[in-house]
Design a binder for this molecule. Structure first.
Ligand SMILES: Nc1ncnc2c1ncn2[C@@H]1O[C@H](COP(=O)(O)OP(=O)(O)O)[C@@H](O)[C@H]1O
Ligand SMILES: [Mg+2]
Length: 283
């Protein structure tokens, strides 16, 4: 499933004093199976952009085509099922009396027997790393991280071909964050689906995705492989962003040890590079 945006412009509340161009002339193509990160400041248009990918928002100008289907066309229902979006703070949308019913909610419109539905729900719960005894609990009894995972299971149970997550770890502690990123990485690898991760953490983006799209004031400022984008620290800084912290450390080290390769952007890659360098020096 590919995503194409052509000359996409979106204006909130056009013709009113509150008119606001949130996206301006966006062009992009995301291919099937890619793992793409979207970063940018608050207000740069990230959430507005992803809501175009399942037709929740319609372009003011230009078009969005998902797997050959224009989002303004009549296949909207199918499109909504194929593109699963986990919104920011998705736990705010849990409202049923049990976790089971919450995850089952999206399945209502599908032609499944009770048993088939149960099977799918059990699978989804397992993927997000929860125990099945959670199913009969009230969502309100759960921890923040558990609620978040239940909400994600509710999207996964629909078996989307494209999974979009808008700041999925916002407000979670490092452990909750690692658990969520763990299964997202697995889903991408094992199911081969297209995954789009919106985040403002350069560290998370650097260690998870292959390609990153940098948004700034409703436009795409940069779009490329992690190494390409993070190598241009000057450009990131010109729009008030920065590269992962470890990139700055490696740059400093390079001035002392010219032999090291400073083009690494994750802590684990930096560790490998430094060990290699030290071994080469007979340390
Ligand atoms: N529902 C809305 N009504 C009016 N303006 C909005 C709405 N949602 C977002 N905006 C504006 O559109 C711009 C882009 O917002 P958004 O897509 O939420 O950015 P991000 O997700 O990168 O923080 C911002 O200027 C924001 O204030
Ligand atoms: Mg947002």
């Amino acid at each position: 499933m590919s995503i194409i945006a052509e000359n996409l412009t979106y204006i909130y509340m056009p013709g009113t004093p509150f008119e606001r161009a949130a996206l301006r002339d966006i062009n992009l193509k995301i291919d099937e199976g890619e793992f793409v990160g979207i970063i940018g400041h608050t207000g740069s248009g990230k959430s507005t952009l992803i809501q175009h990918f399942n037709g929740l928002l319609k372009p003011t100008e230009g078009r969005v085509v998902i797997n050959g289907m224009d989002t303004t066309g009549k296949e909207l229902k199918e499109l909504r099922r194929l593109v699963g979006i986990v919104f920011q703070y998705p736990e705010h949308q849990l409202f049923e009396e049990t976790v089971y019913k919450d995850i089952a909610f999206g399945l209502r419109k599908q032609d499944l027997t009770e048993e088939e539905a149960r099977e799918e729900i059990l699978k989804a719960v397992e993927v997000v790393g929860l125990n099945e005894d959670i199913l009969e609990k009230s969502p309100f009894e759960l921890s923040g991280g558990q609620k978040r995972r239940v909400a994600i299971a509710g999207v996964l149970v629909m078996k989307p071909s494209i999974l979009i997550l808008d700041e999925p770890t916002a407000g979670l502690d490092p452990r909750g964050r690692d658990e969520i990123f763990g299964f997202i990485t697995r889903i991408h690898k094992e199911m081969g689906i297209t995954v789009i991760l919106v985040s403002h953490s350069m560290e998370d983006i650097a260690r998870l995705v292959d390609r990153v799209i940098v948004m700034n004031e409703g436009t795409i400022e940069m779009d490329g492989r992690i190494e390409e984008v993070f190598a241009d620290i000057g450009r990131l800084e010109s729009i008030g962003l920065s590269a992962p912290q470890v990139a700055y450390l490696m740059k400093r080290l390079k001035t002392i040890c010219p032999g090291i390769n400073e083009k690494v952007y994750t802590v684990s890659a930096a560790r490998d590079e430094l060990l290699k360098h030290l071994k080469g020096k007979g340390a």
